[in-house]
Design a protein around this ligand. Sequence first.
Ligand SMILES: Nc1ncnc2c1ncn2[C@@H]1O[C@H](COP(=O)(O)OP(=O)(O)OP(=O)(O)O)[C@@H](O)[C@H]1O
Ligand SMILES: [Mg+2]
Length: 377
Amino acid sequence: MNSISAMGGNTNSWRIFTYKELHTATNGFTEDNKLGEGGFGSVYWGKTSDGLQIAVKKLKAMNSKAEMEFALEVEVLGRVRHKNLLGLRGYCVGSDQRLIVYDYMPNLSLLSHLHGQLADDVRLDWKKRMKVAIGSAEGILYLHHDVTPHIIHRDIKASNVLLDSDFEPLVADFGFAKLIPEGVSHMTTRIKGTLGYLAPEYAMWGKVSWSCDVYSFGILLLEILTGRKPIEKLPGGLKRTITEWAEPLILQGRFKELVDPKLRGDFDEDQLKQGINVAALCVQSESEKRPNMKEVVNMLKGYDPRGKEMDLRIRSVKYKEELLALDQPSDDDDDDDVDDYTGVPDESEYGIFSALEVQKMQDTYKHYGDKKVEKHV
Ligand SMILES: Nc1ncnc2c1ncn2[C@@H]1O[C@H](COP(=O)(O)OP(=O)(O)OP(=O)(O)O)[C@@H](O)[C@H]1O
Ligand SMILES: [Mg+2]
């Protein structure tokens, strides 16, 4: 992989780990230490000899594509510094394995609190939900506006929002990110990400822009407020998106029916309305109408009056049945399955709303500073 020098003199600095060190820290990558599994491999809990709790992502397959993703993720992680972004703690490169080391987040992911193993505890009260929504938005805003070159995350979803001991959210996983050259507003690229969070123009045409992340954030925000999954399975096997479910309730002003029942009525109605309104603005199918993340943050904080104007409705994107089928790797009942909407095939070169082939462009190399990063656009 490309040579990357560690950032010295910084408490947040990262370093290279040896395989042996990570093997020992994770108790030999045993099942007991496994936190979960994602598109690129498994994540294990571990503890280093100096007592630091870590999460180690072990890439499952080592091929040129995975290697490219790895180089990209390490490169991107190495340059971000923000309270709401999960930075890099280190990495390990062996002859046939690649591992990324992060700080372990003791409150796990937003997904586990909303739909997973921690959902029944209802530790995520209304105040924490607001904090998670605003903090995640600020993390994305930093990626879009403050880091150079700017970054589109492309995989904003509940499992990629991790929670520290104070429930401060940290947006994770920049392996799907794109480093955007100056003056380029969008790129045609292969479809990646997770059905349910994908903006229609991205799913159909592979068109990536900032507003794809805004769309995904809108879905995430709806999920935080309502406790619903982006796509849910109805009795009889039919599937329904969160926007399809929310659309009529918003239209009829039935806000109390929108809020997560697990909160047992303990929420702030004005904040709920404002949050739903911001989400509705973010998930508009016309990308140019969506706000940018700066506006989203300002609206969520109540600084921008447009966050309070309740004059729009969600026009939800309709997914075709066969495309919804892609959403699920198996037919298992998925109520407790934390990985239940990660089924978009990685190698798919087709838009998932239609069978239109997404334009493929050649790999390029992008130079900046003294680093060289292999890119796939
Ligand atoms: N630093 C961490 N601390 C605690 N849990 C983590 C950490 N990093 C990842 N996890 C959890 O481990 C699981 C697997 O993560 P991983 O990123 O591999 O998959 P994913 O987020 O489900 O999908 P994707 O591959 O699209 O990111 C997820 O549930 C995630 O929330
Ligand atoms: Mg992840």
